[in-house]
Design a protein around this ligand. Structure first.
Ligand code: ADP
Ligand code: AMP
Length: 228
């Protein structure tokens, strides 16, 4: 386990990048090594859908169409989650914010509480690779762990290495929906790169490398942050 440099306060992090960039894959390891909670809005919605809640029913309409869930809904969920005590010593946001109003709301919530963002890690990947990544993605039905049919196979075909759960393809990873999601990303989320660059928070990571190399680059960026 990596210890948090007390001089650097805490890691209040955002993972930014297009669908398929590898945010969830990197988050799985980062949250273990840095002992911070993983706050993935996509995972929260999928859990609500599975549980059949009103939120799940509302979110599913947008998710299956490859569209974004309305800002008001997502912002409320993240604010509630960030009020929980386990996030007070740091957190890793994955898939949030995805629009400028979400980023503004996050800042309005964190800054007055004296817990501003430490950095925004932007995982960059060539758009042509993303379709292959997403169409080959498989996730564990039980624990949500992420696999790929070519680049991250489980030990036993179709079975999760962590919990023996069954692997499945996400409904929104079908090619037509993937293309829609990439368009939505370009129109609504990509502007956040400049937004966070101007705020001095952006750290660029080349996501077109193998999973371990990407991880090492993120760790180096975080170490540089701790030494700033
Ligand atoms: P995101 O959370 O950004 O949508 P994921 O972490 O779910 O992306 O990764 C999308 C797919 O690409 C998954 O199937 C994952 O196993 C695979 N993947 C992630 N990172 C890499 C990488 N560096 N090289 C090759 N495949 C990757
Ligand atoms: P993800 O698991 O991050 O790929 O998210 C899956 C889907 O959940 C997205 O395509 C959106 O429909 C929805 N979603 C997740 N996070 C957000 C967000 N921050 N804003 C709006 N919609 C979101």
């Amino acid at each position: 386990m990596r210890t948090i440099n007390p001089e650097a306060n805490q890691y209040n992090l955002v993972l930014l990048g297009p669908p398929g960039a590898g945010k969830g894959t990197q988050a799985e390891r980062l949250v273990k090594d840095y002992q911070i909670p993983h706050v993935s809005t996509g995972d929260i919605f999928r859990a609500s859908i599975k549980a059949g809640t009103a939120l799940g029913r509302e979110a599913q309409k947008y998710i299956d169409a490859g569209e974004l869930v309305p800002d008001k809904v997502v912002i409320g969920i993240v604010q509630e989650r960030l009020k929980e005590s386990d996030t007070k010593a740091g957190f890793l946001l994955d898939g949030f914010p995805r629009t400028v109003p979400q980023a503004d709301a996050l800042d309005d919530f964190l800054r007055p509480a004296g817990r501003p963002l430490s950095a925004v890690i932007n995982i960059e990947v060539d758009p042509e690779i993303l379709v292959t990544r997403l169409s080959g993605r498989r996730i564990c039905k039980q624990c949500g762990a992420v696999y790929h049919v070519a680049t991250k196979k489980p030990v036993q075909d179709g079975v999760c290495d962590h919990c023996d759960g069954q692997l499945r393809q996400r409904v929104d990873d079908q090619e037509e929906t993937v293309r829609k999601r990439l368009q939505v990303y370009a129109a609504q989320t990509e502007p956040l790169i400049r937004y966070y660059q101007e705020a001095g928070l952006l750290r660029q990571i080349n996501g077109d490398q193998d999973i371990n190399r990407v991880y090492q680059d993120i760790v180096h960026a975080l170490e540089a942050l701790a030494n700033d």
